[in-house]
Ligand binder design. Structure first.
Ligand code: AHR
Length: 628
């Protein structure tokens, strides 16, 4: 195959092309990127007096614990507490422990910030009583501990402690324990609320992100961060939709919500944390507002949308409003960020293509209002660009594609035939999720992928060459889902897996990494690949004008090598370049058992105005050649 490259760029590669889509699914937030280590730290959204409300807290020894509706709660947002019965003259320590989110990864010499709140009725426990917060290993041996007198003041008392493990335990089967000694007193009760344990966080942000996950994401140089969903924006019901105002301010004022992926969201990872994260990674927020449609199928139209539009306006003002004229913006200023954040794009709902009946009404009502208040913003539609017709006409559609590796390999021309009529496209979710085209969302036995494979990643790479070729209308794209716990996940495959102390980079992660780190700033047309339903070899060519480099991306989906010849239109071409290649057996994946089975390998290759390159079977190659 001979590829002749043009010297004249056809269009710019937008700086926003590669980014990330995030929602709390598969513990991507709570138990994942959000660094809190204690699961069910504040008994949010649970039914008191049930065993389930305690999960995963366990009593130590014979201790009696339960979650109660507290008669004097820590805050109105956190009505529940954990009640510990302290027997009379209990000589031994009694208490309870939490195993974290499927384990707690602890490292010797690292300072973990522990905190809790407790309350004992005035005079209800002896003056000698004490409270200990500790970190225990898998054999309940103490790794670090902090002890303080227990005061029976009748008021909530906060205890904070820095816990430094004496050694690194052999596994993640560690726990956070709270114990009480009361050798001389009568039986009493101690109530506990908002118990927390944080490792050092990414960039040292209070209430921040887990560093290893954060650094893994940062390495992919995301230009944008789409949040908070995805389905997790929508709510199964109107009452359980994501609401920005419940996610800001002190943690004790955040009630949490019943998330859309089967677990309670703490909302500790709230709107301000998302925005700080965007600043830390130099990403634009692509923020969604709720648009009157729930996963359960409820839809709200016309004037009944007014309160939700008001809430969306407040949400946007929290991000960009003027503290002098807007209460949500003043709240942002009071939380330490008087300057507005960057915001250009606001997404209206999620996957409105599931509700063709009312989307036109909802879009019109909401976008007419929001545009009047924020004429500078671009609103992104989430229904299909093929219809229903929306007014005002959307400038941007968010498109989602979950399919098979073969689909992606053979559909990279999807946007080539799309009319250039001013509409732009955000490929907000895409992933090769199954080898079974007729049952994409089935089980692993039916073809669903547990982890991205070499073939699925190479297929996605083919599709992504199409985004570069069509970057005049496709301005952004993000794989989904981004993150998933390998211990409790609601969706596979995920771009990055993790457990309590490891991060697993998938084959698709490396493809995203290679595209984002070899973006270039303009697209050079070249001989077009075959656009057929059996095509296996796809490529795209960009140029970095600053670095005077031509960047060639090649996705070979065939089971055989492919001999290629490149003809460059430049006089000054270096005699060697680099080839970074991701390849391996088509069905191979990076898994917790073999996390580095497939990694990209870089080597030097011979280049020139004309040069040959052999694309390995089932491979994605990035060739970088100095040329001008
Ligand atoms: O990425 C998983 C889910 O797929 C998202 O929540 C939803 O938008 C899509 O259907």
């Amino acid at each position: 195959t001979t590829v002749t490259v043009s010297a004249t760029a056809s269009h710019a590669i937008p700086s926003t092309l590669w980014g990330m889509m995030f929602e709390d699914i598969s513990h991507s937030g709570d138990g994942g990127l959000y660094a809190e280590l204690i699961q069910n730290r504040a008994f949010q959204q649970v039914a008191p007096d049930t065993a389930a409300a305690l999960d995963p807290w366990v009593p130590l020894g014979d201790s009696q614990i339960s979650v109660v509706a507290d008669s004097v709660p820590l805050s109105s947002a956190l009505p529940n507490s954990l009640a510990l019965t302290v027997p009379a003259a209990s000589a031994t320590e009694i208490g309870f422990a939490n195993p974290g989110y499927f384990g707690i990864g602890l490292v010797k010499g690292t300072a973990y910030s522990a905190s809790l709140n407790y309350r004992v009725a005035a005079g209800a426990i002896s003056k000698q009583a004490s409270l200990t917060i500790s970190l225990l290993d898998q054999n309940n041996k103490t790794l670090a501990a902090f002890t303080t007198p227990l005061r029976a003041s009748g008021k909530w008392t906060e205890v904070t402690a820095s816990l430094v493990p004496s050694h690194t335990p052999p596994s993640n089967n560690n726990s956070f324990a709270v114990t009480v000694t009361n050798a001389r007193g009568a039986e009493s009760q101690v109530n506990f609320a908002l118990l927390s344990l944080f490792p050092p966080t990414f960039k040292g942000r209070a209430n921040g992100m887990r560093p290893d996950i954060a650094e893994t994401l940062a390495a992919n140089k995301p230009a944008f961060w789409r949040f908070p969903g995805g389905n997790n924006l929508e709510g199964q019901t109107v009452a359980t939709r994501w609401q920005w105002n419940n996610t800001v301010g002190p943690l004790k004022d955040r009630p949490g919500r019943v998330g859309d992926w089967g677990y309670v969201n703490t909302d500790g990872l709230g709107l301000l944390e998302y925005l700080h994260w965007c600043e830390d990674l130099d990403m634009e927020p692509y923020m969604a507002v709720w648009d009157g449609y729930t996963l359960g199928g409820t839809n709200i139209t016309g004037a009944a949308l007014d309160p939700y539009i008001a809430q969306a306006i407040d949400q946007i003002n929290f991000v960009i409003g003027d503290p002098a004229t807007s209460a949500p913006a003043a709240l942002r200023a009071s939380l330490g960020h008087p300057e507005p954040f960057t915001l250009h794009y606001v997404e209206i709902g999620n996957e409105d293509f599931f509700d063709d009946e009312t989307v036109a009404n909802r879009w019109n009502t909401i976008v007419t209002n929001l545009s009047a208040t924020f004429p500078q913003l671009t609103f992104m539609a989430t229904s299909l660009s093929s219809g229903p017709v929306l007014t005002p006409t959307p400038k941007v559609y968010d498109v989602h594609v979950y399919s098979s590796p073969t689909f992606f390999a053979t559909n990279s021309f999807l946007y080539d035939s799309v009319e250039r009529n001013g509409t732009h496209y955000f490929e907000g979710e895409y992933a090769a999720i199954s080898t079974n085209d007729s049952n994409l969302f089935g089980t692993p036995a039916e073809g669903r992928l547990l982890f991205p494979t070499v073939a699925s990643a190479v297929g996605e790479a083919a599709f992504m060459t199409g985004f570069e070729r069509n970057a005049d209308i496709v301005f952004s794209a993000s794989y989904a889902p981004l993150l998933g716990s390998v211990n409790d996940s609601q969706w596979t495959p995920n771009l990055v897996g993790f457990d309590a102390s490891n991060v697993y980079k998938s084959t698709s992660y490396y493809v995203q990494n290679l595209f984002a780190n070899n973006k270039g700033d303009e697209y050079l047309p070249s001989t077009l690949p075959s656009n057929s339903s059996t095509a296996t070899l796809l490529w795209s060519v960009t140029r970095s004008t600053a670095n005077k480099e031509v960047i060639i991306k090649i996705s070979n989906n065939a089971a055989t090598t492919e001999e290629m010849k490149f003809v460059l239109p430049f006089k000054d071409v270096s005699s060697t370049g680099s080839a970074t290649v991701l390849t391996g057996p088509a069905t191979a994946s990076n898994t917790p058992d073999a996390p580095d089975a497939i990694v990209p390998v870089t080597s030097r290759i011979k280049t020139g105005t004309t040069f040959e390159y052999t694309a390995p079977a089932v491979s994605f190659s990035v060739l970088v050649v100095s040329a001008h």
